[in-house]
Design a protein around this ligand. Structure first.
Ligand SMILES: C[S@@+](CC[C@H](N)C(=O)[O-])C[C@H]1O[C@@H](n2cnc3c(N)ncnc32)[C@H](O)[C@@H]1O
Length: 344
């Protein structure tokens, strides 16, 4: 084979096996591998890990060595045996007690997103979410499909907040928000981004507005930082919105069609005080729509799980301007989510 064909085949092979990498990560988390190694306080042999997890010696050895190749574990070899410990990545993001743990989001990706992606071709063919194929629940009422059980809702809420432990500061400091005395995070879920906002701008009053089921769960369960913000319940498409100087919409517009976004933005513009603002936080496509790849994959994810899509800066600007907002500015944060501010 010529070198070009060789490298094309290499790329094909890498793409076609990528799902196995995700599954290694998901399985290791589900089995509690990284927590076992963190709690052991010393590197463990494969046999000790198998005993600790109650897993087969053969399967455990294969999983450990693959995790080491993926840089999730480090391995020390000597005296005829290998000892495994968590890598920096695993310690930071894959252990239960780390403040930047991403375990709930990984569980959500494994148990909910992955089964929906098994029907990507159907989603592309039909142009709609795939909850009915993946879980036998109707997708017409998206909210009911996404929050189809209490356990599912809690996993989603806990997963949602985890990214803000890593990127919350970057998106909330992209613009200086200290001139907005009252900040309302619409569709703010469990309130992690709002809590970050409250700690960065202690003089501001920060509130979260979300559906009653979500507010109830946020009040009942222990979400970090929740005490710094007040929660208000309602449907942002129908109910009166709380009065505020700045409205935050983080990962909300990407759930909806242009028509639903326009309806929501018009309601916000109507309630917003003159001189007030709106801060949109999203993973933003390049202006030509051809990347970054992660954002394009998120956009396909919006197809299999929601009514929406990711958008370009010009598309966000157009939606905000049509609703009456002006002075659109965007700040790239260098992480997955960028910030866009506009004023009434
Ligand atoms: C993708 S989540 C984003 C949550 C949060 N902003 C974040 O970035 O982590 C979308 C949020 O919008 C909320 N939501 C959806 N429909 C809503 C409605 N009609 N009224 C109020 N909140 C709604 C959901 O409950 C959920 O918390």
């Amino acid at each position: 084979m010529d070198p070009a064909a060789d490298s094309a085949y290499e790329l094909l092979s890498q793409y076609s096996h990528s799902f196995m990498v995700s599954q290694v990560l998901f399985a290791a988390c589900e089995l509690g591998l990284f927590d076992l190694l963190a709690e052991a306080g010393e590197p463990l042999s494969s046999a000790a890990v198998a005993t600790g997890l109650g897993t087969s010696p053969h399967g455990t050895e294969l999983l450990l060595d693959t995790c080491a190749s993926l840089e999730l574990l480090t391995v020390e070899t000597g005296a005829g045996r290998a000892l495994y410990r968590n890598s920096g990545l695993a310690s930071s993001f894959l252990t239960r007690t780390s403040p930047t743990s991403q375990l709930h989001m990984l569980r959500y990706l494994s148990n909910t997103t992955y089964p929906c992606w098994a029907h990507l071709a159907a989603a592309v063919r039909e142009g709609r979410p795939q909850y009915s194929r993946a879980f036998g629940v109707p997708s017409q009422d998206l909210f009911a499909a996404i929050y189809r059980s209490e356990a599912e809702q809690l996993c989603f809420m806990r997963g949602l907040q985890e990214v803000w432990a890593v990127h919350g500061r970057a998106v909330m400091t992209a613009f200086d928000l200290s001139s907005f005395p009252v900040i309302c995070d619409l569709g703010g879920g469990p309130g992690a981004l709002a809590a970050t906002c409250a700690s960065l701008y202690p003089a501001c009053t920060v509130l979260v507005f979300d559906m009653p089921e979500v507010v109830l769960a946020a009040r009942e369960h222990c979400f970090p930082g929740r005490g710094q913000v007040s929660f208000h319940e309602g449907d942002f498409f129908k109910d009166p919105l709380p009065a505020a100087d700045l409205y935050v919409l983080a990962r909300v517009l990407h759930d909806w069609t242009d028509d639903r976004c326009s309806h929501l933005l018009a309601r916000i513009h109507h309630t917003c005080k003159p001189g007030g603002g709106i801060l949109v936080v999203e993973s933003v496509l390049r202006e030509d729509g051809r990347g970054p790849l992660t954002t394009q994959l998120y956009s396909l994810n919006m197809l299999v799980q929601t009514e929406g899509r990711e958008r370009t800066p010009a598309e966000y600007c157009r939606l905000l301007s049509s609703a009456g907002f002006q002075d659109f500015r965007m700040k790239k944060t260098g992480c997955t989510y960028d910030a866009m501010l506009a004023r009434k």
